[in-house]
Design a protein around this ligand. Sequence first.
Ligand code: PEP
Ligand code: MN
Length: 350
Amino acid sequence: MIIVMQPDAGDAEIAAVEAKIRAHGLDVHISRGTERTLIGAVGDERKLDPEMFDPLPGVERSMHILKPYKLVAREWHKASTVVDVRGARIGAAAVQVIAGPCSVETVPQMEAAAAGVAAAGARLMRGGAFKPRTSPYAFQGKGIEGLTMLKDAASRHGLPIVTELMDVRMLDTFLEHKVDVIQIGTRNMQNFDLLKEVGKVDVPVILKRGMSATIGEWLMAAEYVAAGGNHRIMLCERGIRTFETAYRNVLDVTAIAVLKKETHLPVIVDPSHAGGKAWMVPALSCAAVAAGADALLIEVHPCPTEAWCDADQALAIDEFASLMAKLDAVAAAVGRSVDRGVAANEPLAA
Ligand code: PEP
Ligand code: MN
């Protein structure tokens, strides 16, 4: 059972709900978000009824949730959640595009990438400073220096940043560098300790789907973040492993439709890691927008053939710009638009 508190509910009102749940022999989980507190009753729910909680002061409403994932379920939160990242709203009517290189390499590469993706209409910039590589001998990312390079280049062009956190020991460094969105990669989707820690911070999270994770497992992973009190979660479909070997991963378009029904969280699609080849990215991006994705996460490099990581799947700046024009048409066909922002290319305040 979930008890949704009013936004202005105080500690005494929360404590009264907690006491009532405990009096019936159930355990309590409190998720204190920035907007409101959600109280979960854990145990034999048959002993509880919404009528026991709805009249209590500070309670907005309460209900039984049948799904194993609770806070992220659309069952209690019919409206779609909109995650606002410094004015770029993900989950609202307009589609957002997040673009940038797979990894942060050099200052000139980042400047060219930031200038190019901002001019083409991206509202946020991606770039990995800490890279999860299959081989320990492959480039592992520029590390902390890379965070600074990404933040500096993106800020000059008005773009908030998205970057992957692999190690919980780096979380404070991410906060110090004012990372705007923390990405949890496919390989860490079920790193529960990492999920618990990002659940405690007030920074939006992109949770990528584990490459072999079911939608249920993915939503339970998102529940870990929400349970900690961080409700600003976005899910990112990036392709799953199947028997098919003709491309890197299979973009699960069906998941977009299922997620839209099951959860109120925004859905992002990464066509780059799905196809694994630049020439597939436009088709997969169009399919994602047509199917209802709220945002795209696309790898773009000023010189793809020279990329230090995932060179095959990076779009060049001009290819990205042509794709943006195509996406405008696809979005319009499904009653949406692509957000180009009003202040694109204006430097962001620190
Ligand atoms: C990435 O976005 O750079 C990345 C490593 O993605 P994934 O975790 O989906 O493989
Ligand atoms: Mn990559």
